[in-house]
Design a protein around this ligand. Structure first.
Ligand SMILES: [Zn+2]
Ligand SMILES: [Zn+2]
Length: 258
């Protein structure tokens, strides 16, 4: 089928919208009609060439040997339009949010609660389908990579079932799209990376989607709160309070995009 997608053809090239050819979903794949997609800074990092995998790595993962051309977008939500063979957890009409890190729920990492390093994540920057290493998105004769195995800057997306999270039907897909990256990234930056504790005071810098989420993940209390005064008597607490929330762009390569 034909659909439209925002593509970048090379590092530092501009985004451009093209009509592309989209194949039917194969086994373990799902076709989603996107309702919302957010522009994350990681998408701009991609366009600027800041998160390209080295050529020697790309050559191991994909015959293309390049991340480009690539459909942008890893944050979004939509409605399932079709499912391929062997898909048991999704059905036509399901509401879904994208997950920028696929999580199979079965590998040793997923089984030990570390789905963020799921084995299926190995080709995130390479672009072919996780299921069989081939492509479903094409611009003329050229195969298209997809940001984080998703490419949500497209009216319709075919992706692996492990890259989707089902949400309740009727839930705001606009809100679900934000949860799929920005909100989760901001909350995680405060809770996991900065390890902010109740009662601590933090400064949140920035106005992007993750910023207010960092505030949500920083469960501070008003200065007049007796609970805050009590916890601030601990010198250890005061030292912790001076920590700042790290920039998500400084995370190691193995971490999810922000
Ligand atoms: Zn897994
Ligand atoms: Zn993101």
């Amino acid at each position: 089928m034909r659909t439209r997608a925002s593509i970048v053809s090379g590092a530092k090239e501009p985004w451009r919208t093209e009509e592309i050819e989209l194949d039917e979903p194969h086994a373990h794949e799902v076709l989603v009609k996107m309702a919302y997609a957010g522009m994350c800074q990681s998408d701009e990092h991609l366009r600027a060439g800041n998160i390209s995998a080295p050529p020697e790595v790309l050559s191991l993962l994909t015959a293309k040997g390049s991340m480009f051309p690539i459909i942008g977008g890893h944050e979004g939500a939509g409605i399932v339009e079709a499912v391929g063979d062997e898909v048991h957890d999704f059905a036509v009409g399901d509401y879904v949010a994208s997950s920028f890190i696929p999580s199979c729920g079965k590998c040793v990492w997923c089984a030990s609660g570390r789905g963020y390093i799921c084995d299926l994540n190995a080709t995130t920057l390479a672009g072919p389908m996780i299921s069989d290493g081939t492509y479903r998105h094409h611009l003329g004769d050229e195969d298209l990579n997809r940001m984080c195995n998703l490419g949500t800057f497209s009216e319709r997306v075919v992706c692996h079932e492990a890259s989707l999270v089902k949400v309740d039907t009727g839930v705001s897909l606009r809100a679900a799209a934000l949860v799929s990256c920005g909100l989760a990234t901001g909350f995680g930056a405060a809770v996991d990376r900065a390890q902010v504790r109740p009662g601590e005071t933090v400064i949140v810098a920035g106005a992007s989607a993750p910023a207010p989420s960092r505030a949500h993940g920083s469960p501070g209390r008003p200065p007049s709160s007796p609970w805050t005064r009590s916890s601030s008597r601990s010198s250890g607490r005061r030292r912790s309070a001076r920590r700042t929330v790290p920039r998500t762009s400084s995370r190691p390569r193995s971490s999810p995009p922000s």
